[in-house]
Design a protein around this ligand. Structure first.
Ligand SMILES: Nc1ncnc2c1ncn2[C@@H]1O[C@H](COP(=O)(O)OP(=O)(O)OP(=O)(O)O)[C@@H](O)[C@H]1O
Ligand SMILES: [Mg+2]
Length: 239
């Protein structure tokens, strides 16, 4: 096995004086997806923000393709292949769909054409302004815009939250397509445990800012004790 794409080594990080992540270590390979599970407030989004370089690191290091990038600012990371779709799904409300897509585009396999193939809804609405889209369409646009930077690593923070089931289905299909295509790694924060574990090969479970459990997703799917303890049994409870 070669170098991992991304490595967090004993990372302790937070906001100002507040430490949120505690001694987190993880490796992300060049292809495939990692699920990040855990209850509200355990530090899932903070982990994403730390990978992007938005938090204060107290200890530990972050490596990208073997290079220590602990001190690289967010824009360096964005320019070098790490894309992030925030939990708040920020799009530019006063730009058109197409302008949102092209504003940060970088060269690669993802182009307007391939994006519109994946998200026909965005093609139909390419001249609409960002603020004229439904919540689901805004989420598609946020993901599509991240893909247009042709990243090596895509961070998705609760991409299915609060969306209609039909939209969630479309997004799940899109994520599967992304993973089946060219080399791409995805970190998926998701509270819908069943969906998260279905889409990913490996999973980690956070509890109070620390990694409490790691397992292949297929294994964790059957480990109701761990899921009940650290994630809540949403799977059984909701169906
Ligand atoms: N900007 C910030 N400044 C200070 N503390 C913060 C900030 N953002 C988050 N926190 C704190 O960090 C902790 C972890 O929050 P985080 O948003 O990472 O959790 P989460 O697992 O993503 O939760 P959720 O499931 O609700 O999205 C919480 O205690 C939260 O209050
Ligand atoms: Mg969060």
């Amino acid at each position: 096995m070669g170098e991992p794409l991304l490595r967090l080594q004993n990372v302790t990080a937070g906001y100002g004086d507040a430490v949120v992540l505690n001694d987190v270590s993880l490796d992300i390979a060049e292809s495939g997806a990692l699920a990040v599970l855990g209850r509200n407030g355990v530090g899932k989004s903070t982990l994403m923000l730390t990978i992007m370089g938005f938090t204060q690191m107290r200890a530990g290091r972050v490596f990208w393709r073997g290079q220590d990038i602990s001190r690289q600012p967010p824009h360096w990371r964005a320019n070098n292949g790490i894309a992030w779709v925030a939990q708040e799904r920020e799009i530019f409300p006063s730009l058109s769909v197409e302008e949102n897509l092209t504003v940060a585009a970088q060269r690669g396999a993802w182009t307007l054409e391939t994006i519109y193939q994946m998200f026909p809804r965005l093609s139909e609405r390419k001249r609409n302004m960002g603020n004229q889209l439904s919540g689901g369409e805004q989420q598609m646009l946020a993901i599509a815009r991240a893909l247009m930077t042709n990243p090596s690593l895509l961070l998705l923070d609760e991409p299915f939250e609060g969306l209609a089931p039909v939209i969630v289905e479309e997004l799940i299909r899109a994520v599967k397509q992304m993973l089946a295509g060219q080399k791409l790694a995805i970190v998926l924060v998701e509270q819908h445990t069943d969906v998260a574990l279905e889409l990913t090969a490996n999973a980690i479970v956070l509890e109070r800012g620390a990694v409490m459990h790691r397992a292949p997703s297929a294994e964790l799917q059957k480990d109701t004790e761990t899921l009940e303890r650290y994630v809540g049994l949403r799977v059984a409870a909701e169906h």
